[in-house]
Design a protein around this ligand. Structure first.
Ligand code: NAP
Length: 308
């Protein structure tokens, strides 16, 4: 079948989401073309060694995007956001412009299946947070285009929980949820497996919007999982009022968790049928997340995201 010979163009392939998608597609035997800013970087070299075609480009260079789309069967589109903080992030306007331009160029190039990665915070009304509402506008733009597209809405990444700054080094874990409130989490490795299944069945996923997650846990569940993995007690507490008062970004996110907007509504059982290797948080902590978790146990730090 020609669709299995034409490459899928993956954006952000040196990052978390695009990297997961590129690896999973390659493992499934799909040809991958990765657009990278630095072909000599270690992650680009690793992608090349794994079998990906590497092309040079940048979201800000429309000609490079157009060239990269030539002959592509599919496109996986993801952009950085302002939520990633001043070092790695981009403005909400840039995110929207890049996300919309990629969809427009995919249509122009005759791409057969566009998969856009948004966030599970997107819903019927704006959230009031720039890096969520930018994605809502990209989703809306894609829906106006005569292109076969699937939108995935990822839950919060498990990887985020073991970043320094959540208190693990002090035998505690402070996060958004109340102790008895459940929130969905997504193992980054599962993103690629879900997206690979979506690319494998264009007819089923054309025009669909799908929340993706791997597990659902309360604060107490997180306490139990961290305690078991650490071998010593890790006490769970929701962010203190003092912390929230000093960090407007965190306070807005916490309010969205409080009102249920940011806790996830993915159908985990249906997703498991799509990806039988779907990871529980405990499995992730013992595997993909183990090194970062143990590093966080011994590392004080500050949050590296948001605007503070
Ligand atoms: N963290 C969460 O829990 C969560 C949940 C849902 C959604 N999200 C969303 O996920 C997105 C970030 O995805 P991620 O975690 O995969 O990001 P990431 O790991 O930081 O990767 C970003 C990728 O984008 C590439 N890139 C950056 N600027 C570029 C440019 N100008 N031109 C071309 N490529 C560029 C980077 O390439 P280089 O290697 O060259 O830097 C890298 O490959 C954000 O929009 C965020 O809001 C996050």
């Amino acid at each position: 079948m020609t669709e299995n010979k034409q490459p899928i163009l993956v954006f952000g392939a040196t990052g978390q989401q695009g990297g997961s998608v590129a690896v999973a597609l390659l493992r499934a035997g799909r040809p991958v073309r990765a657009l990278v800013r630095d072909p000599a970087a270690d992650k680009a070299s690793a992608l090349r060694a794994a079998g990906a075609e590497i092309v040079l480009g940048d979201f800000a260079d429309t000609a490079s995007l157009r060239a990269a789309m030539t002959g592509a069967y599919g496109v996986f589109s993801v952009q950085p956001s302002s939520g990633m903080g001043p070092l790695l992030g981009i403005s909400d306007e840039e995110e929207e412009r890049y996300g919309c331009a990629i969809a427009d160029l995919a249509l122009e190039a005759g791409v057969q299946h566009l998969v856009y990665s948004s966030t599970d915070a997107v819903g019927d009304t704006p959230t009031g947070m720039g890096h969520f509402d930018s994605k809502a506008r990209i989703e809306a733009h894609i829906r106006t285009l005569p292109i076969t597209a699937t939108i995935v809405r990822p839950a919060a990444f498990m990887e985020m929980l073991v970043m320094p700054g959540f208190g693990l080094d002090q035998g505690q874990f402070n996060f958004f949820v109340q102790p008895d409130q459940a929130m969905q989490l997504l193992a980054v490795a599962d993103i690629g497996k879900y997206v690979t299944a979506i690319f494998a069945d264009r007819g089923r996923w054309a025009g669909q919007t799908l929340e993706i997650a791997s597990d659902m846990l309360t604060g107490r569940d997180l306490e139990a999982a961290f305690t078991a993995a650490a071998g010593h007690p890790i006490r769970y507490a929701r962010f203190s009022e003092e912390v929230l008062a000093g960090n407007a970004f965190l306070a807005k996110l916490t309010a969205l968790v409080d009102n249920g907007r940011l806790v996830g509504r993915a159908d985990l059982a249906a997703l498991r049928a799509l990806n039988p290797q779907q990871q529980s948080f405990a499995t992730w902590l013992a595997g993909d997340g183990k090194a970062a978790f143990h590093a966080a146990l011994g590392q004080a730090g500050r949050w590296g995201y948001g605007h503070g």
